[in-house]
Write a new protein. Structure first.
Length: 376
């Protein structure tokens, strides 16, 4: 008996792996990923060892085996003997690997998120007893900015804000088609935007908010380099009106559904253990309460004490500084919605697992990367 996991070197994947290893079991866990097997082992074990939580059972890491493969390649780039090895006695197949890019060329997204899912399902054909768990995203809801999204909602009539959303939607439809044609079952997990308030060391899987914070920091640094006086405003606490005021294009009434990544992994492992009869069971792995945009802006201001941010629905006349942080504001705009997510099936599956703790400005301030002093 064995478990196969793709994406174990990612932000969520390494947490899923730790949850798998924390359970009392002698099942082998096969990690499939890019790079040589030794390098894959080093990166994976470093992430799992760093993560918090109760100590792993003695010998847990000895349950791991590593296979070098590539989900974008037919057959996952595996020779026949490796395919036979990973499918022999396979009981669960977790597909967590994905490419997360909000801008740019959609072709790599299609190759990783759509064709990659197709190749993983092809492998599942060779393991008829394996349960399939596909990690998707709550953002398959696309441009549905308001309303209550049910867990079995899967439609494209509202369109999508990004190619990433569309690629994950297409992958979900592929999983549905596969279960119908094969007479198999699958569980689809739809996490929202996952976060942690624990600083992630260099070389370990960073969180999505790191990218947004870095874009804001780089833009402000570029702008502040032109003026020592303005750089000083960013460094020091506010004194009276001595602040840099910037507008960001995002719905002032919008909110983000943020969920602690450790909680998401724990909920997913619990949910998979719950029996289900439907060919496809889809679960919103989301927080019961959305986080207002204003809270995220407040957290950003804590990292830039001389900065004041104001959310505006449109910005026809951006200042040079506002143009420089536009990539960060665009990510925030993609994420900010007013919709809510139904969690009925998730709650039924996780049993007595308590709801996650609230995410407030203090949590988000810890979640962002530490910001070094801006120099002029």
């Amino acid at each position: 008996m064995s478990i196969l996991l793709t994406g174990a070197t990612g932000f969520l994947g390494c947490r899923l792996l730790r949850e798998l290893l924390a359970r009392p079991s002698d099942e082998l866990v096969t990690v499939l990923g890019r790079g040589g097997e030794d390098d894959l082992r080093t990166r994976t074990e470093a992430a799992v060892t760093w993560l918090g939580g109760p100590p792993l059972p003695t010998g847990a890491l000895r349950r791991l085996r590593f296979v070098s493969g590539d989900i974008t390649q037919p057959g996952l780039g595996l020779p026949a003997d490796d395919r036979a090895r990973v499918t022999d006695g396979l009981t669960q197949l977790w597909h967590s690997a994905a490419l997360l890019t909000l801008d740019g060329d959609p072709v790599p997204l299609h190759r990783s998120n759509v064709l990659g899912t197709r190749h993983v399902l092809d492998l599942a054909d060779e393991a008829p007893e394996a349960g399939v768990v596909h990690v998707s995203t709550a953002y398959v809801a696309g441009r549905r900015l308001t309303g209550h999204v049910l867990e079995d909602d899967l439609r494209e009539d509202s369109g999508f804000q990004t190619p990433y959303e569309q690629s994950k939607y297409t992958a979900e439809t592929m999983v549905h088609a596969w279960t119908r044609s094969r007479g198999r079952t699958a569980t689809i997990m739809r996490p929202s935007l996952l976060v942690t308030d624990r600083p992630v060391p260099p070389g370990l899987p960073g969180q999505p908010l790191d990218t947004a914070t870095r874009l804001a920091r780089d833009g402000l640094r570029s702008w502040a380099a032109r003026s020592k006086g303005l750089a000083g405003i960013l460094r020091r606490p506010r004194r009276g009106g001595d602040t840099l005021r910037l507008r960001v294009v995002v719905n002032p009434e919008g909110a983000l559904n943020l969920l602690q990544a450790d909680y998401a992994a724990q909920a997913m492992l619990r949910a998979v253990e719950a029996p289900h009869e439907a060919p496809v069971r889809t679960l919103h792995v989301t927080h019961p309460t959305n986080t207002p945009v204003a809270t995220l802006l407040d957290a950003c201001e804590r990292h830039f004490p001389g900065l004041t941010l104001t959310a505006v629905p449109e910005l026809p006349d951006p200042t040079p500084a506002e143009e420089l942080i536009a990539p960060w504001a665009r990510i925030l705009g993609y994420s900010a919605q007013r919709r809510t997510y139904d969690r009925t099936w998730l709650l039924a599956a996780v049993g007595d697992l308590p709801d996650p703790k609230s995410i407030d400005v203090n949590y988000l301030a810890r979640a962002a990367e530490p910001v070094e002093a801006t120099s002029g």
